[in-house]
Design a protein. Sequence first.
Length: 645
Amino acid sequence: MLKKTTSNKRFSRLKGPLVLIFASVVLSCSCIACQGHVEGGSVTALLDSADAYIANGDVKSAFASLKTAQSQASNTYERMGVYKRYLKLGDLSLAEKTVKKALRKDHDSKELAAIYGSLLLSQNRIKEALKVSRGLSGSQYGSVYAEAFMRNAINTGKSANELFGSRRTKADREWAKDETRRSEVFYDTRFAPVYHDAYVGSGRYRWNWNAAALSMHAGKYDDAAAMYPSKTESLEDALFWGTILYDAGRYPQSLEALLTRSSDTAPEDVLIKYKSLLADDYYILAQDAESERERSEILGMNLSEYAASNPSVAQILSQTYVNSALYYKSNDDHLSEYQRLNALVTRYPDYKPGLAAYGQFALDRSRVPKDDTMTAHIRAAGLQTRQMEIEAQIPPVSVDDALALVKHAIEKNSSPDLLVLEEELILQSNGYTEASQRVSRLWPLLERNQISDNRYPPEIVRYAVVSLIQNGYLDEACELFDTYEKEVYQQDYGKKSRKKKFSSAEHADEMELWECEVAAWFAIQNGDVESALVFYKTIIEKFAPRSPVMNVSGQNDSVVNSYVNAGNIYSGTNQGAVALDYLNKASSRATTAELKAEILYRIGKQNFYLNDLHSASKALQYALRLDPSHNKARFVLQQVNREQK
């Protein structure tokens, strides 16, 4: 399970002070092809003579040759040949006159602007350099502009608004007086392209980090991802770009960036974060074995002492234990699952997701069915199957043991999610199986955790509403949910809004995943198909692009169910083509054979309605291969076969 804290904005781990060491990129004349073979014959001869005089120390004759060459120069390249020799002789005045004249003749030349801007920067003539180089931003010579811009920012102490063209205000003047805030200007998101320009010219990758970090901070994920240079300089650089691309939802590119690292040499915390992100990328891309390999390497690094003094590493390790345990759970390897969870609660007894996973393991073990007749006979004969041997190695984990751990954690730091887990464990421990028994405990739970009138922690409300539905108390569930939704989404809209009939569908974009699911369920029960479709589409739009397909946390299941339910709605309104599109998308994300078979059955049935018998037959046959017991699929396939004859 990829926890929200890591799959959502990993880049926060990498934030730090911006790199404000100037690139000092002063372009030489080598950026322009000003060698002899492109210069006019007579000018070339004069320049060659000047070179010879310079080599022999005859400065006077060299200047004379250059003066003549300058008067005869007819194009940019010839003038730059003169400029280069003046620089070599150390006469900056004549060099500047030469490049200025060349720029007047060819005012659109970015090469000339870059050379002149660099010359001005070398003389600390910042404002002039900024004016000359302004048009270089975004080009291969943008670093000249970037240096001029940042040196101007340092020298003038102007606010970001002033630097980027706004008129000076009273707030700007007050800001300029505060020396402690002066450096904050470089954190303004408008500096992102300036930093990127500095990177392009200097090749110093940390400038690019600055640009990408500011874009991420502004929520411009695609802009940040576009700055990825297609290669990385170090493992730390690979981690940075892997994180940026991960947060932008570009998981294959994130994996590619991580795998381009030059070596594994890096500080321990960087290596751990690198492997953790690598595991998450593999996981999202459904490469489970590779993902678990990276997690196992992290857990095998013996980092307990290091993690004790490094909270971020401890967070990664504890989460890695949970994810590894869930991997083994999904593969029915309950012995390895137990080993991971036992190590987790021993080393990190206060880690809430770990306690939840351990508690769920205890609940799962308490629900393991008793031996069937054949197994009982095998056991009575003193024999064991391989599975029985494995099960025998799993120490008993009682619900009461898990409950004791949860109660201890609540005493130290109570939270709604732990209270919900405690309640589930209490129900199991005391054998409360009757609906009335389970429901009777909900109202005191709500009352104990009431924030204000009709306001409760969302985790508590979710648990209560779902429990009421599961136990058949539909009216009570609907009333609790509606009251909660109205209080949450009408509280800031004033008294007038309370007179208006509340519609939760109008707030779908603001609602959490569980709220959308419950609201859609109630809408279907009430025959409000239109509102249900709004909720299903909201789930798909918000979570399908960012939820891993192989996600055991439930997000992906919610997305799949939304695709299926939306498809059913479209099918029921005679929009078969749209229904098929939704069902096909659901099929591509299904993670179990049973679920995929059910979706394929619906796809086959929809194709049958559309008289596409070939596609219907193909889908139904596939469904039966996945689940031979799916009788509805077999019945529809028989109908399809009769039609094909």
